[in-house]
Design a protein around this ligand. Structure first.
Ligand SMILES: [Fe+2]
Ligand SMILES: [Fe+2]
Length: 307
């Protein structure tokens, strides 16, 4: 194992690059995975978290850039910001051009995410001004939150690449490609946030503490967001509209058995690796597998930028 002093600033195993994408949202159905209303809404609800969350990543990383002293890491961070900006816009378009067609209530679906990313984790959380002496610590803490979130997005991405051949099973190809292309780029840039966290001097104890809080928060956001989106669907069964019904959780397990979404247990056990002292995100995903999908992604090819 490399120590903090012998490990290079960047541990990426590939050169990153941003890719524009193009999707046609004119025909995607609300239940885009045939026979799985839970899986359809569970995957689509991520768009609300990603739009707000990834803009937060970009804001925090732009603030961190002046502190990056290593040229290779700086380039990784710059491309990361551009990739996440493209991801956020692609999901915003899917909401504006696709989900709103099904009378989805934007305010109620964005509410939790705005509270987390634009109030609690703002430069001035809930309007409280951080003293100058603690501003670098507050920045490092928030980069640590991004690193923990990226552990999940990489895990989600690798799961999708390994299990979710949605399109082959008759799912809508645009939604399938949006989430599979995004998954692949999450796997591809999985090292950047954690490398930046280390470069800023982030500690092991802060990292472990962040994940202990984030793991149950993510599970709650996942369940509540799915139920919120199902509430807009007249054809979804009533039990999908409340996380307090046991049938909701049974539907989740059924969706996992169909290889459409990770299980609730996955959300609780995925953090373990992140909390191990020797954690290295490069070991959490398969870059070649990710880039193989990117090279055949219709959304990427539409812009002629496939690798
Ligand atoms: Fe992303
Ligand atoms: Fe990411």
């Amino acid at each position: 194992m490399l120590s903090r002093h012998t490990r290079p600033a960047t541990t990426a195993d590939t050169e990153l690059k941003p890719r524009q994408v193009k999707f046609d949202w004119s025909t995607a159905p609300f239940q885009w995975i045939p026979g799985d209303a839970f899986g359809s809404h569970a995957i689509n609800h991520f768009s609300f978290t990603l739009v707000r969350g990834e803009l937060f990543f970009c804001r925090v990383f732009n603030q961190a850039l002046p502190h990056v002293k290593d040229a290779a890491l700086r380039k990784d961070v710059e491309v990361f910001i551009r990739q996440e900006g493209i991801h956020s816009r692609a999901h915003r378009d899917s909401i504006d051009q696709y989900l709103t067609r099904y009378k989805v209530d934007l305010d109620s679906n964005y509410r939790r995410e705005m509270w987390v990313f634009e109030q609690m984790l703002a430069d001035q959380p809930f309007g409280i001004k951080i003293p100058k002496l603690l501003q670098k610590q507050w920045l490092t803490f928030r980069v640590g939150i991004v690193a923990a979130a990226e552990h999940y997005t990489c895990g989600f991405g690798q799961y999708v690449l390994d299990h979710c051949d949605w399109e082959a099973r008759g799912a809508n190809h645009e939604v399938s490609d949006l989430f599979t292309w995004h998954s692949a780029e999450e796997v591809e840039h999985r090292t950047v946030a954690y490398d930046l966290y280390r470069h800023l001097g982030g500690t092991y104890s802060m990292r472990a503490l962040i994940m202990l809080v984030l793991a149950p928060t993510f599970l709650y956001l996942m369940a509540a967001g799915t139920a919120e989106l199902a509430n807009s669907d007249d054809e979804a069964p009533e039990y999908l509209k409340s996380i307090y019904k046991t049938a909701f959780w049974r539907a989740w397990l059924r969706s996992t058995a169909l290889n459409n979404i990770m299980s609730p247990g996955w959300f609780m056990t995925k953090p373990i690796n992140f909390m191990l002292p020797g954690y290295n995100p490069v070991n959490e995903g398969n870059t070649a597998q990710a880039q193989a999908y990117i090279s055949r992604s219709p959304g990427v090819i539409a812009n002629g930028l496939a690798r």
